[in-house]
Design a protein around this ligand. Structure first.
Ligand code: 9UX
Length: 71
C-alpha cells in the first residue's frame, strides 16, 4: 500500500468530512481514508496497482470539494 496526504478545501462541518471520506473510500483500490476537519487534510492508503492519486483527487472534486497533494 502507498500512503498519501491531500489538502482538502471546502469542508465546513463534520458531515463534510463524512462526504469526503465516503468519496475516497468508494474509489476501488482505497484501503483506508481518514479526513481531519481541523487540519483540512486527508490521509489515504491505497493499492497503487488499482488506483492512483489522480483518481483520488477526482473523487473528492466530484463530491463537491477540492483536493491537491499536500506539500
Ligand atoms: Mo455540513 Mo458540508 O452542513 O457539504 S455537510 S457544510
Amino acid at each position: 500500500m502507498d500512503i498519501i496526504q491531500l489538502d482538502i478545501q471546502g469542508m465546513t462541518c463534520a458531515s463534510c468530512v463524512g462526504h469526503v471520506e465516503k468519496a475516497l473510500k468508494n474509489v476501488d483500490g482505497t484501503d483506508m481514508a481518514n479526513v481531519n476537519l481541523a487540519t483540512e487534510k486527508a490521509t489515504i492508503s491505497y493499492d497503487p496497482e488499482k488506483t492512483d492519486i489522480q483518481a483520488l483527487l477526482d473523487s473528492v472534486s466530484k463530491s463537491g470539494y477540492s483536493a491537491r497533494p499536500a506539500a
